[in-house]
Design a protein around this ligand. Sequence first.
Ligand SMILES: Nc1ncnc2c1ncn2[C@@H]1O[C@H](COP(=O)(O)OP(=O)(O)OP(=O)(O)O)[C@@H](O)[C@H]1O
Ligand SMILES: [Mg+2]
Length: 146
Amino acid sequence: MTWEPNVIVAAVDGSDRSIKATRLAAEMARRNGSKLHILTVVRPPEGWWGIGGAPPPARALSESLMEAQKEVLDRTVAEVDLEGIDYQVGEELGDPASAIVHYCEDVEADLLVIGRRGAGLMERFVMGSVADRLVHYSPCPVVVVP
Ligand SMILES: Nc1ncnc2c1ncn2[C@@H]1O[C@H](COP(=O)(O)OP(=O)(O)OP(=O)(O)O)[C@@H](O)[C@H]1O
Ligand SMILES: [Mg+2]
């Protein structure tokens, strides 16, 4: 079996840990000449999905929510050394774990890099719920950064 990390996805939620995970992803991308996607998912407020569950167009979301998420990407790009890396940022709307899985399928990711925990406030000894679901359902190998 030959495996090359041509496409690496780093998922960021604004937490320092997810930025640390992105640093590792960037280092791997640099060494392997991989394309790097830095992805963040906006979770719509509870009740937003309405009947039928069709996702609303992004522009219909409150400006402040989209702004906050854009800041997540800006901050990540500012804090991670991306010199010489072919990267792009991505923003998706929906349930974070499902959206990340679908994104990885779409871009045919070879590797997904995430933090063990994220921006959630609950202290616990286990992985975050998004990390847990990604480890179970990711279409590609996952690197979980402690
Ligand atoms: N909305 C998101 N967009 C992109 N990546 C995310 C998002 N949420 C989580 N992640 C990724 O998953 C990792 C683990 O975060 P997770 O949300 O599972 O932990 P948590 O916030 O501590 O717990 P919980 O959300 O269950 O309260 C993050 O470091 C990040 O890599
Ligand atoms: Mg979380």
